[in-house]
Design a protein around this ligand. Structure first.
Ligand SMILES: [Ca+2]
Ligand SMILES: [Ca+2]
Ligand SMILES: [Ca+2]
Length: 1018
């Protein structure tokens, strides 16, 4: 570890200290601060944070909110709900917007728009028991440790007990197999009676191909049951109908409304949004509207997005096969839409696409011919795109193709499959089972090959053969659900490898042992073989599920791309993803693609070195510096120098862009700094400043790796100046402040406030093994102040005084505020989001605290998040901010690596650990560039043993580092790999033991590296 040149700095700082101390002490804590210094954490409460503890099991009402993603990475969003049923089903490439966060933090049960499920059948003599696996069971409980969810069902009078396990394939470092559009189910049926019984499972799945376009296309849904490779599959597809109703010549069309008149005629108007008559073009402050016919059309942007209202047509008779119309505007289902009402119910609905251009759309209404209907145009959304444009509503025997395009190109066109791993039962047996089931919401069928009009909903069922179960015996039935919807605007990576859902199912089952085996191996290594508290392991890994939600996409060209939250704020935003460590450590391939194809690709301005923060040409100061840090992290997570070599000229240029913002090489950025709070900081501050200094250190190290000594020295020089000047100018005695002239910049600054993120770059520096960027004692003091001033065990009183823009913590819940002003008046126009609580910042701060030894505080912060996201209130897998499954939350992995004191540099073959929690007995899973495994440490007063157990892939090692206790001043070290002694040299300084192996060694799967460190008395 690098020692700071204390002499110089202490001298400078002493002078400064005297200067500020006088004022700092005179300032008392502001009365309105309302964050207690005493956090009220009892000794016992703190102890409990550290206990390994029991697995949390959820039941009853707690099951309602649960939605654990169980599909592959970037293949959509499919939830396993608390009762074992599937929910959400956003796998059809539909843009679903969940921002801006004002109503994301709420209690609700995820919906289930697609019918599917499993039913267990048990026959005992002449009695048959049939039970569907859902909340209707007497006893249901849920254990969900991402990526595996287990739901257990039992009932007093039932001779069987059932456990359903659902998961995606999840194998760190194997992104492709972890990105399969597939969910694996294991259904274990156990005979808990005293006599033998026969057990089987019925699985069913609705044909939901064309789920969104069904009511606007002319097509058939086809469902088949096929036996292939000794497996039985339900295969759902859709297909064109040859020519619609050739028996009849199209009748002349009827124009229901062209909105060309001065008013809406006999349409009924409510609210303000639609005005008194049709719009005659683009309205004030609206983007250019096009695509309407004639001069008039419906446009609810009157007075902007805020006003709402409805427009209802008089009743009319549906006298043609289709209703055609032009539509544009907002894309909010049920909120900016046009509805067809038949018998007072919404029979058809459509929205715009967040585009002012009106395009043709049509509804197939053959089933309603002869009925009386009404058109209802609705605007009840007041935020961005809260309006609707409509024109030219026609009844016609011919559909307008318009935006729908050919069937095969629709976003929701593709296939769905449910496969049973063995051959299923013959259809007559399935019929017999179905006869027990009584009424169903949708029809089941067991036909081998049937088709219906796409507007009808049908499910198809398959049944396993029954197996004999002796008392106490169990049997596992294996199913896999797969999907294939390749028509995303940018395609899906999975479509490079497969052509249909059935192909995906066969791939999963052909490779079942390996795929399910490796998933279980990671699960066991991370959750079961670790010594870390179970609640903490749950929390820190739960956010990884964001990869398997609508937040993330993996395009056909290999580029990983993401929103900030589900469907909200595009462009893998550099400053939000600054916090997300998990993907880079678990699937470095994905993050490398963002660096190469976005940050140093499409989003890179090669003239200036600007990294557009949304793959555009816009500058964010924190994102720009963070890009350099991420590049170094991606280099460290690589097996060799190839990534750095390819990208170094652009990485260097990106850093030079930040140096140009600094302007005078003094290491302080003083100009306007747009950042993750969606505002600009003015003047020097350590939020952007610490990221800048860490980026300079990363630049120095990368320059050295690339033999660019000149640039390494330049980075070093600027860094040293910036580090010194930050302390001189920004230290207030307790924490780092922002130097800003509030008269000149009255809005969005924090000035003398205490910003939780004030040491963001220092946390990053620890993650990358870059050491201290400010003197350690200042860093520790500042972090203690963040804890003291910004973490409230109950956010209620503070938020009652200072209302947050958005609520992500309810009164009574603990949380860390973005920024507070403990020693100066609260800035009512200060940094945006100041009084909010973001889990991404909480993890960032907690992770940093762990590096500094503030483990109690770090765990208390994480526990606060865990409590807020208890399923009694919220989906524990969905940490929200500006949208669901917010990317910043993946900062949780930074806490995990900090707890292990993990350091890694792949190309150098360096791996190190310094557990910050139970160092006497520590076990945790770790990842490296090409392999992962379990790290174990045992320590007593005389001897410390380290073991690196490689469980997957391979690991190149040239050097190792470990922390030893203070009394280990002199040690004897022995290293063995796969049982054979390994020659080495070592150095021991300030409790850090560095071991260099004489030769680089490669550990392969299931091999172990053992290090024994014996304390020597001198
Ligand atoms: Ca018109
Ligand atoms: Ca509106
Ligand atoms: Ca400067």
């Amino acid at each position: 570890m690098r020692k700071y040149r204390m002499t110089v700095i202490v001298f400078v700082v002493c002078g400064f200290f005297m200067m500020v101390h006088g004022t700092a002490e005179a300032e008392e804590q502001q009365a309105e601060h309302l964050v207690p210094v005493d956090k009220g954490l009892s000794h016992d409460a703190v102890q409990r944070l550290f206990e390994r503890g029991r697995q949390e099991v959820y039941r009853g009402e707690e099951l309602e909110t649960i939605g654990m993603p169980v599909g592959g990475i970037a293949t959509g969003q499919l939830y396993l709900r608390g009762d074992g049923t599937l929910g959400l089903w956003q796998i059809f490439n539909k843009h679903v917007f969940t921002g801006y966060g004002r109503d994301c933090y709420r209690t609700y049960r995820p919906s289930s728009p697609v019918d599917s499920g499993f039913t267990v059948i048990a026959k005992q003599g002449d009695k048959a028991f049939v039970r569907t696996l859902n909340e209707d069971f007497e006893s249901v409980d849920f254990i969900g440790l991402y990526p595996i969810g287990i739901v257990r069902y039992s009932e007093d009078k039932l001779p069987v007990r059932v456990a359903l396990t659902a998961s995606s394939i999840f194998i760190p470092l194997n992104a492709k197999d972890s990105a399969l559009p597939a969910t694996l189910f294991h259904i274990v049926v156990e005979n808990v009676s005293k006599t033998t019984l026969q057990a089987g499972v019925l699985g069913w799945l609705e044909n939901a191909v064309c789920i969104d376009s069904a009511r606007a296309v002319h097509a058939l849904r086809r469902s088949r049951i096929v036996n292939e490779n000794e497996r039985t599959l339900i295969v759902h597809t859709a297909e064109k109908v040859p020519v619609p109703n050739v028996d009849m010549k199209p009748r002349p069309k009827i124009v229901l409304a062209d909105f060309e008149g001065p008013d809406y005629g006999n349409w009924n108007i409510t609210g303000e949004a639609f005005g008194k008559g049709p719009a005659k073009g683009t309205l004030p402050n609206q983007q250019k509207v096009s695509g309407f016919l004639g001069e008039g059309f419906v446009n609810s942007f009157l007075g902007g997005d805020k006003p709402n209202g409805t427009l209802t047509s008089p009743p009319f008779k549906i006298s043609r096969k289709f209703i055609n119309f032009l539509i544009g505007g907002g894309s909010y289902a049920g909120q900016t839409c046009i509805n067809l009402l038949v018998d007072g119910k919404v029979a058809r609905t459509a929205t715009g696409k967040n585009d002012e251009k009106l395009e043709w759309y049509f509804w197939n209404v053959q089933e309603f011919e002869g009925k009386t209907a009404q058109i209802l145009i609705l605007d009840r959304f007041s935020d961005g795109w809260g309006h609707i444009n409509v024109d030219q509503i026609e009844l016609s025997d011919e559909p307008q193709q318009g935006q729908m395009g050919p069937l095969e190109q629709l976003a929701d066109y593709g296939s769905l499959a449910l496969a049973f791993a063995e051959e299923g039962a013959p259809s007559q047996n399935v019929r017999q089972i179905l006869s027990f089931l009584g009424d169903w919401v949708v029809d089941l069928n067991v036909e081998e090959n049937v088709a219906w009009p796409v507007t009808e909903r049908h499910s198809t069922a398959l049944a396993t053969r029954t197996v004999d179960l002796a008392p106490g015996a169990k049997h596992t039935f294996i199913f896999v659900l797969t999907w294939f919807f390749p028509n995303h605007p940018n395609g899906h990576e999975y479509a490079n490898r497969f052509n249909s859902a059935a192909e995906v199912a066969h791939y999963v089952l052909d490779n079942y042992e390996r795929l399910a085996g490796d998933t279980a191996k990671w699960y066991k290594s991370y959750y079961e073989h670790s010594t870390l508290p179970r609640w903490l392991l749950f929390r820190l890994h739960s956010t990884v599920c964001n990869l398997a939600t609508g937040t993330c996409q993996w395009w056909k060209n290999g580029r990983f791309w993401a929103w900030e939250g589900v469907g909200s704020c595009p462009g893998t935003c550099t400053h939000v993803w600054n916090y997300a460590h998990a993907p880079a450590r678990l699937f470095p391939e994905l993050e490398r693609s963002v660096r190469e194809m976005q940050d140093f690709g499409e989003g890179f301005d090669s003239e200036s070195g600007l990294v557009g923060f949304r793959s555009n040409r816009a500058y964010a100061a924190d994102g720009q510096c963070g890009t350099v840090l991420k590049a170094y992290r991606e280099h460290q997570m690589s097996a060799d120098n190839a990534f750095l070599k390819r990208n170094w000229p652009r990485i260097k240029k990106a850093l030079e862009y930040s140096i140009a913002q600094d302007g005078n090489d003094d290491g302080l950025i003083e100009n306007s700094q747009h950042n993750t709070y969606d505002i600009n900081f003015e003047g020097p501050n350590t939020f952007v400043g610490s990221l800048y200094l860490a980026a300079l250190r990363a630049g120095e190290e990368m320059a050295k790796d690339m033999d660019d000594e000149r640039f390494a020295k330049r980075c070093r020089k600027i860094f040293e100046s910036g580090s010194r000047l930050s302390v001189e100018r920004l230290w207030d005695g307790e924490y780092f402040i922002q130097l800003v002239d509030l008269k000149k910049h009255p809005k969005h600054q924090y000035a003398k406030g205490c910003l939780s993120d004030q040491l963001f770059g220092q946390g990053w520096a620890h993650q990358l093994g870059l050491g201290y960027i400010y003197p350690p004692e200042y860093v520790k003091k500042a972090l203690q102040s963040v804890w003291k001033y910004n973490w409230a065990p109950d956010t209620g009183p503070y938020n009652a005084e200072h209302e947050p823009e958005r609520w992500f913590a309810e009164p009574g819940e603990a949380g860390l505020f973005t920024c507070t002003w403990p020693k100066s008046p609260y800035l009512t126009e200060g940094v945006r989001y100041r009084s909010e609580v973001w889990t991404g910042i909480e993890y960032q701060v907690a992770g940093h605290m762990v590096w500094e030894g503030m483990v109690d505080e770090a765990l208390a912060i994480c526990r606060g998040i865990h409590a807020r996201y208890h399923p009694a209130k919220h989906n524990p897998f969905n940490e929200v901010e500006c949208g669901d499954h917010y990317a910043r939350a993946m900062a949780s992995w930074g806490v995990y690596t900090a707890l292990a004191g993990y350091e890694y540099h792949g190309p150098k073959g360096h791996l190190g650990f310094a557990p910050r929690i139970t160092p006497e007995n520590f076990r945790a899973a770790f990842t490296a560039a090409e392999g992962w495994g379990l790290f174990l440490q045992k320590r007593d007063s005389k001897i410390q043993r380290e073991r690196i157990e490689l469980r997957w892939g391979q690991l190149s090692v040239k050097s190792l580092a470990f922390a030893v206790p203070d009394n280990f001043r002199s040690v004897k070290v022995s290293v063995t790999a796969a049982g054979r002694p390994v020659k080495n040299d070592f150095t021991l300084k300030d409790g850090r033991l560095e071991i260099t192996l004489k030769k680089k060694l490669v550990l392969s799967e299931n091999q172990m590296l053992d290090v024994t460190i014996q304390q020597q008395d001198k």
